[in-house]
Design a protein around this ligand. Sequence first.
Ligand SMILES: Nc1ncnc2c1ncn2[C@@H]1O[C@H](COP(=O)(O)OP(=O)(O)OP(=O)(O)O)[C@@H](O)[C@H]1O
Ligand SMILES: [Mg+2]
Length: 359
Amino acid sequence: MYIEKIKLQNFRNYSFEEINLCEGINIFYGDNAQGKTNILESIFLSSLGKSFRTNKDKELIKENENSAKVEINFFKDNRKEKIKVELSEKKIFSVNDIILKKTSEIVGKVNIVLFTPEDINILKNEPIKRRRFLNIMISQLRPLYIHLLSQYNKILEQRNNYLKQIKYENKNKENLEIWDEQLIKIGIKIFNYRKEFIEKINKKINVIHLETTENKENIEIKYKSNIENEEDYRKKIKIKKEEDIQKGYTSIGIHRDDFDIFINKKNVSIFGSQGQQRSSIISLKLAEAEVIYDEKEDYPVILLDDFMSELDKKRIKGFVGRIKNNQVLITCTEKFNIDNMVYNIYKVEHAKVERKGEI
Ligand SMILES: Nc1ncnc2c1ncn2[C@@H]1O[C@H](COP(=O)(O)OP(=O)(O)OP(=O)(O)O)[C@@H](O)[C@H]1O
Ligand SMILES: [Mg+2]
């Protein structure tokens, strides 16, 4: 699939702009604070229903305006389709002019893989950031997953409330099992999805990473969960029952999941250089793109925000060279130059995008 046109109206710093894209590599260059990342954000919003930078939709509307619109025209299976997002007091999504009942229905219509400089924090930050990565990837491919996650979170909250009621209001301990069983039933499904997808990523990521590091670095991703299977889940929840009651929260379950990345058997978040950490995340994203392709038989659009910084030329060429069939949007501050590659180049200045031709 590929995006043919982006229309922005009062979105971030844009008043009104139409951007025509090409099927291959599109490079947006320009000084800081001109509107490059905002373009990628508009695509992310249209694909996943929210921004990757903020939870407050109001911030997406141009200052002093009341509403914003984003429209994405794209080709999928040779059919022309469009997604519209209207932001005002409410957020309304439509696909081919049909308004969606729930925002989550938008997920999976346009598949994307985004890399931003902040993604390096996937490795350094708390596990919640890594779970978020897994959640975004899996929800694009398995619509049911989003539903399971929200069910799980509700049950978890209810269980945690009940734990506190046992402690402070002497509620019946036996009734806790009602929540336990529901939690296990949904949790194990999420666990299986995550396990499946990490295995799929692992089948791809090493090939990609070896190729971009001249065969020097072997990479592996390891899923960490405090449960192993359904039986183990049930057993551990029972063991921790008294402790959970004392603490007032649930210690066992997939809400504690995490993963680690290893390069040549060393944990990259501890031993990796800045560049290695960055490249391992890009390899992870490219592996994600390949998994999406295998599942959907359609190439996701790859968005690379500010992706040149901290990578040497060899790695840049390795990564870009590897992306052959996907539409790619790259933002950077300097004009990008790699030999033997064809790409469209755009200059972004004061929220205006000017096509500078093909190189
Ligand atoms: N709601 C808004 N209304 C008006 N302007 C906004 C709004 N939100 C963000 N901006 C402005 O948009 C500008 C461009 O942001 P963007 O993140 O796209 O820059 P960029 O070109 O990617 O820059 P950099 O190279 O620094 O990453 C910023 O100056 C920011 O202040
Ligand atoms: Mg930017």
